[in-house]
Design a protein around this ligand. Structure first.
Ligand code: AMP
Length: 428
């Protein structure tokens, strides 16, 4: 069987690498892929953008693709799965109506409230004066979110009144996030420990993936601007078996039941970004309609089962009873970024020290990389995700950072404390 993976980041490298390991898979095509996917055995890049749905349909039809997996959210929100379905092309991901769970924060907050799923208090606004009055009434800390897709950057956690009011004005008056910020959600600040919980679903049956946690803030100590993610690890020790059961019972199952009662069939990965409160209550911060990046990288490094047959079982509506096997070791991924990210950064820097040999306890996934002659060069803000495996998160971290230190380019930036909360828990 041939597989098409749509996207060109670290998540897609991990998905393509995972799919290519299956004996049932003859070739994985990645559109557009990156320098890392170009180097994988059985994997071929095709230069079609993840947003060019017509060209992707043509590619899937002409290459007789048996399964397409969509990496990023934009094509899902734009309805790529609806269009693949209309052509009878098997595609794992939610239709546009279901992808609204990520496409609009206001829709999602209303959905959560309507279905009694725990989340922070909130209100939505398009009027700047009403929004400012609400912020003044509520006080800080408070969270201001652009309604639409903003590549993980449209969220401001404000600890001062001035930052909160500036965020409101930036989004509603200055249009800093363009269309995505013409409507905003102002939300209660939730305290606790964050965790990501990702499941695969056929709309009714649910296969939970290994738990994980990412670090969104750019700088050490989880401060600085929000990014797409600077590192992640799996499992997330905060998700104990009891908490996992609560997440399933109080968040995932009611969400799928709520969607069904709203007439929406959800097929694909469903990602719940959660705050686990001190009382152990999982509250929804956000939903994503796809795998997380960089959570996918450590999760795929731990997944022992074949991914493609699980996706196909879900597409057939036969996920019930399907289980996944996991490497009992922990995996931890460190994102190596271009200096300046998430703001302006240079591209085209030659990357030195990439490992040439396979290893049983580490893997370098590429994100913003390109091939230039014999060199691999930087071509994006997040450049690599270096994953280490180990019996504990601390050992996985040592493995990852030992490899990180051998890779370099001009102006490389990374955090040295990925996994710090999990490591503190292990040591306490
Ligand atoms: P999001 O894009 O909605 O996942 O938000 C990005 C990050 O902002 C999250 O990973 C949290 O660290 C933080 N955040 C978002 N909403 C809240 C909230 N209501 N309370 C506290 N932190 C939040």
């Amino acid at each position: 069987m041939k597989i098409l993976v749509i996207g060109g980041g670290g998540r897609e490298h991990a998905l393509a690498w995972k799919c290519a390991q299956s004996a049932e898979v003859t070739e994985v095509i990645v559109a557009p892929g990156n320098a890392g996917t170009a180097l994988e055995a059985k994997v071929r890049n095709v230069n079609v953008s993840a947003d060019d749905i017509d060209a992707l349909i043509e590619l899937a039809a002409s290459e007789k693709i048996g399964l397409t997996i969509v990496g990023p959210e934009q094509p899902l929100v734009a309805g790529i799965v609806d269009q693949f379905k209309a052509r009878d092309l098997p595609c794992f991901g939610p239709v546009a109506a279901a992808a609204q769970l990520e496409g609009s924060k206001a829709y999602t907050k209303d959905f959560l409230l309507r279905h009694g799923i725990p989340t922070g208090d909130y209100e939505s606004f398009t009027d700047v004066d009403l929004a400012l009055a609400y912020v003044r009434k509520k006080g800080v800390p408070i969270v201001i979110k652009a309604d639409g897709l903003a590549a993980g950057k449209g969220v401001i956690v404000a600890f001062s009144q001035i930052d909160a009011e500036d965020a409101v004005k930036d989004m509603l008056s200055q249009g800093v996030f363009g269309d995505a910020g013409h409507r905003i959600v102002i939300e209660e600040y939730l305290e606790g420990e964050e965790a990501s919980f990702i499941v695969m679903t056929d709309g009714t049956s649910i296969l939970p993936l290994a738990s994980s946690q990412d670090h969104k803030a750019r700088d050490e100590g989880d401060v600085g601007p929000n990014t797409g993610g600077m590192g992640a690890y799996s499992p997330a020790p905060v998700v104990t078996p009891a908490i996992e059961q609560r997440i399933m019972d109080q968040v995932i199952k009611p969400t799928l039941a709520g969607l069904r009662s709203d007439g929406i069939h959800y097929l694909g990965f469903l990602y719940a970004g959660l705050m686990i409160t001190a009382e152990g209550i999982p509250k929804v911060i956000e939903f994503n309609c796809r795998m997380g990046d960089p959570e996918t990288q450590p999760i795929m490094a731990r997944m022992k089962s074949d991914l493609a047959p699980i996706c196909l079982a879900a597409i057939a509506g036969e996920l019930s009873g399907v289980k996944a096997d996991w490497d009992p070791r922990a995996a931890l991924g460190v994102v190596m970024a271009a200096g300046g990210y998430p703001a302006g950064y240079a591209k085209g820097k030659i990357i030195r020290g990439l490992p040439l040999k396979r290893s049983h306890d580490s893997k370098v996934f590429h994100a913003g990389t390109a091939t230039r002659g014999a060199d691999v060069v930087t071509s994006g803000g997040r450049v690599l995700c270096v994953v280490g495996l180990g019996d504990t998160v601390a050992i996985a971290s040592d493995t990852a950072y030992n490899l990180v230190k051998t890779i370099e380019w001009d102006d490389v930036y990374y955090r040295n404390d990925i996994g710090h909360r999990a490591i503190e828990r292990e040591q306490s």
